[in-house]
Design a binder for this molecule. Structure first.
Ligand SMILES: [Zn+2]
Length: 81
């Protein structure tokens, strides 16, 4: 493999890392359960459900439910701050 090819691969990886961190920043939006008022904070995740800190609401599994009342994802509303 030529040296130039490696440089291109490194450049692509750098762009990917930057893009991921930017979108991660914008996705750190809190969501609140419309049924019980429980708030999902992406910065903290959901330790009781083994959801790691830094997981955006959109990245939660489709079958994720409210840890308090069991409401579906679609019953959560974005918190405007
Ligand atoms: Zn709830």
């Amino acid at each position: 493999m030529r040296a130039g090819t490696i440089e291109i691969i490194i450049a692509i990886l750098r762009v990917t890392v930057v893009t991921t961190s930017i979108s991660g920043f914008y996705l750190m939006t809190k969501y609140v359960c419309l049924i019980c008022g429980h708030e999902y904070n992406p910065e903290k995740g959901e330790p009781t459900q083994k959801i790691a800190p830094g997981t955006p609401f959109s990245a939660l599994p489709a079958d994720w439910v409210c840890p308090v009342c069991g409401a579906e994802k679609r019953l959560f509303k974005e918190v405007q701050e």
